[in-house]
Structures are given as structure tokens and as C-alpha cells.
Design a binder for this molecule. Structure first.
Ligand SMILES: CC(C)(COP(=O)(O)OP(=O)(O)OC[C@H]1O[C@@H](n2cnc3c(N)ncnc32)[C@H](O)[C@@H]1OP(=O)(O)O)[C@@H](O)C(=O)NCCC(=O)NCCS
Length: 209
């Protein structure tokens, strides 16, 4: 396939990609900023691998997450988490609630997970997704790769629906989920307060069956 600089064809050839497979990423024009453009060029000439996370990934999972705890409203956590807390979280995951790692040239660039939506047993056919990327890896299709894989896993394990709880101002996350067919089913007004501002939460939902 010929790619022009503008690369108007947006293709993320990932839907249904089995874990461990190489994922080719091709997106429309590069994001702004020199570093981002360099990474964009790298991604264009490279590929991202998805694999199941291992316990030894907890540190990098936590490092990526804690960046957003400190800097962003995409998580409502305000205190950085400890490695022990992330290890405890990891222990609650497994085949039905997977944690998927995205790697580029051997380096972890992001992760995604399916988690229990609510503990009460009648919620057992519902799961909640989370995806966090290294800041420099955003906007290049890695989130799409991870979400595509999470949807496949959720179907495989018989979930009926996936929920994403998204702070309303998070345009990238809203766009990512909308791209995969999630629709907004609820908006909770001013339920969050971080960085001195009230925050709304959108619940976006994908029906699987
Ligand atoms: C949200 C996040 C996972 C999205 O992953 P990503 O790799 O950046 O997204 P993609 O490149 O796969 O883009 C997915 C879609 O969203 C759109 N998009 C991406 N960034 C966007 C932005 N900043 N504003 C609006 N739309 C955006 C893309 O255009 C794309 O749609 P298209 O393919 O139809 O053009 C990633 O940006 C991230 O880690 N953000 C910080 C953490 C976070 O918010 N996590 C979500 C918590 S549930």
C-alpha cells in the first residue's frame, strides 16, 4: 500500500487480531509537535504487538497510569498508586478479565484491561474496559488496537455488554469508544472534582449480544 504524507486512509488493521500477533498501524496525518511526529514516523514504519500481561508488567502498568493520576482528568484517582495496589488489581484479573499489553519494538507503549463492572453477581455478564497509553504513543491507533482486542476477548468470554466510564471532556476516549460502536447511555453531572473543576462522567456502552 502506498502511503502519502497526508495518509488520508485511516486504517487500523486490528479488529479481531489474536493476541501476540503483530498489528500494523496506519493513521491519518501526524499529530502536532516534533517528538510526536518522530514517534508517528516510527509507528508508521513499525508495528505494535499485543500480548497478555504478566505479573512483571505491573510496574510499567502503574507508571503509565500514575502519569495520568498526576496530570489528567481521565482518571479520578488523585493519589499515585503503589506497586502493591497494582499487583493486587492484577491478581483480580485473569482469562475472563484480561490485561493486554501493547509493545512497540519490545517497549511497552500501553495497556488495556477488562475488569468487573460491579461486584454483585447479577452484573456478571457486564464488564468495564480501561486503556492507558504512554503520552507519546497516543493518536496512532494503539488505543484502537487494544480496544479491538478487548472486545474480542469480551465476546469470547460471553459478556453481554461492555461499559466505559469516561470523563466527559476526554475527547480522545469518547472518540475511540464511539469508533467501536459504543453509545452514550448516561451522563452523570458534576460527580467528579479534580484540578479545581467539576467533572461529568459519561457512561458509554457496547452491546455484544
Ligand atoms: C484515550 C486513548 C486510550 C485513545 O487511544 P489512541 O491510540 O490515542 O486512539 P486512536 O489513535 O486509536 O484513535 C481512536 C479514534 O479516536 C480519535 N481520536 C484520537 N485522539 C483524539 C483526540 N485527542 N480528540 C478527538 N479524537 C481523537 C481518532 O481520530 C480515532 O478515530 P478514527 O480512527 O476514526 O480517526 C489514549 O489517547 C490515552 O491513553 N489517553 C489517556 C488515557 C485515557 O484517557 N484513557 C481512557 C480511560 S478509559
Amino acid at each position: 500500500m502506498v502511503l502519502t504524507a497526508a495518509c488520508a486512509a485511516v486504517m487500523v488493521m486490528v479488529q479481531g487480531a489474536p493476541p501476540g500477533r503483530s498489528v500494523a498501524l496506519m493513521r491519518r496525518g501526524p499529530p502536532p509537535g516534533q517528538a510526536a511526529q518522530a514517534l508517528y514516523r516510527f509507528a508508521m514504519s513499525s508495528s505494535v504487538q499485543l500480548r497478555d500481561a504478566r505479573p512483571s508488567d505491573c510496574q510499567v502498568i502503574s507508571d503509565i497510569y500514575n502519569h495520568y493520576v498526576r496530570t489528567d482528568t481521565c482518571t479520578y484517582t488523585e493519589e499515585v498508586e503503589t506497586l502493591g495496589e497494582r499487583q493486587e488489581w492484577f491478581a483480580q484479573h485473569g482469562p475472563r478479565h484480561p490485561v493486554i499489553i501493547a509493545e512497540a519494538q519490545g517497549a511497552v507503549v500501553g495497556w488495556g484491561s477488562l475488569s468487573t463492572f460491579r461486584d454483585r453477581s447479577a452484573y456478571r455478564f457486564c464488564t468495564e474496559d480501561s486503556i492507558y497509553l504512554r503520552p507519546e504513543a497516543r493518536g496512532q491507533g494503539v488505543g484502537s488496537a487494544l480496544l479491538a482486542e478487548l472486545i474480542v476477548r469480551a465476546r469470547t468470554h460471553g459478556f453481554h455488554t461492555i461499559i466505559a466510564g469516561i470523563s466527559a471532556e476526554q475527547a480522545a476516549s469518547v472518540a475511540l469508544h464511539a469508533k467501536f460502536g459504543f453509545t452514550t447511555v448516561a451522563q452523570l453531572r458534576e460527580v467528579g472534582f479534580k484540578f479545581n473543576q467539576w467533572l461529568d462522567v459519561l457512561y458509554m456502552e457496547l452491546m455484544l449480544t
